[in-house]
Design a protein around this ligand. Structure first.
Ligand SMILES: [Zn+2]
Length: 282
């Protein structure tokens, strides 16, 4: 029997720590990009009649730490199979006592405290394939897709999981967790959650004209907020494991609720109107 293998997908899901598979019946697709190799293959499947590409952000066996993820290759690979809207679930630390483990935050702002990551496609540097992108300054005042945020929050509410609507995710370089002083500083600044991968994932998605929605599961109170020995990876993975089934259900509903590709009319789709990018987007 010959079955036509799926080669395209309209929606991307990038799974974080503890989230290494999404769909059961998948076609594994290997994608190479002008920016190198993604964290893993793309796993293509269907949810509620929508085609989805899942990518485990750290690789399926968690071999890629946050600071060594090839974010550019990941986003480029997703776009090259047809993805135009991306959901980015991630494990985060809560910076407020009321954001305990199991809290779901749909942030609306980012603060970048990373140090070493390539965070643009448009740096004017000639690629290995001889193509040189132009220098482009991308509008990023509102880093997340407003439509995707609304869809994600509705999906959570439909599962009786009231999400935190908005808030700032501060993204640290990692792979270590924050000191208490750093954590107190982040909390005093009024930020909500701390993670290690939200940047540059969101800005690279925006540069490619993709809708990107961050869905932050709080797995621990960050060091400045808790009073024990500090954040441990074991605890992060335990809490993530406890919440993975309902998070997956929320993501399924969010996928189903996203607009069709031809119906997108959010700011993400217009970000480079008037710019000559110098490169062809896949
Ligand atoms: Zn959008």
């Amino acid at each position: 029997m010959t079955v036509m293998a799926q080669t395209k997908a309209e929606i991307g899901v990038i799974g974080g720590s503890g989230f290494y598979s999404f769909l059961e019946d998948v076609t594994e697709v290997t994608v190479d990009t002008p920016y190198g190799t993604p964290s893993d293959s793309l796993f293509l499947g269907e949810v509620a009649g929508r085609s989805v590409a899942f990518l485990p952000r750290h690789g399926r066996d968690h071999r890629v730490p946050p600071h060594r993820i090839n974010y550019r290759a990941n986003l480029w690979a997703l776009r090259s199979v047809g993805v135009r809207q991306v959901l980015g679930p991630c494990a985060t630390g809560g910076l407020r006592a009321e954001y305990g483990p199991g809290t779901l935050v749909v942030p609306d702002q980012i603060v970048d405290r990373t140090l070493t990551r390539k965070q643009t496609f448009f740096d004017g540097v000639t690629r290995e394939d001889g193509v040189t992108p132009n220098v482009v300054h991308t509008t990023f005042a509102d880093p997340y897709c407003p439509v995707g945020r609304g869809v994600a929050m509705k999906a959570a509410r439909d599962h009786e999981w009231e999400p935190v609507d908005g808030g700032t995710m501060v993204v640290i370089e990692g792979p270590r967790f924050s000191t208490r002083a750093e954590s107190r500083w982040h909390a005093a600044a009024g930020w909500s959650v701390v993670g290690m991968t939200g940047h540059p994932e969101a800005v690279l998605a925006r540069e490619l004209g993709l809708c990107y929605t961050s869905i932050a599961l709080v797995t621990d109170l960050d060091a400045g907020t808790e009073t024990g020995e500090g954040v441990s990876h074991t605890e992060v993975m335990r809490v993530f494991g406890e919440n993975i089934d309902r998070l997956r259900s929320v993501l399924f509903d969010a996928v189903a609720g996203l607009p069709g590709a031809e119906d997108r009319d959010c700011l993400c789709t217009h970000v480079h109107d008037g710019w000559d990018l110098g490169i062809e987007l896949p």
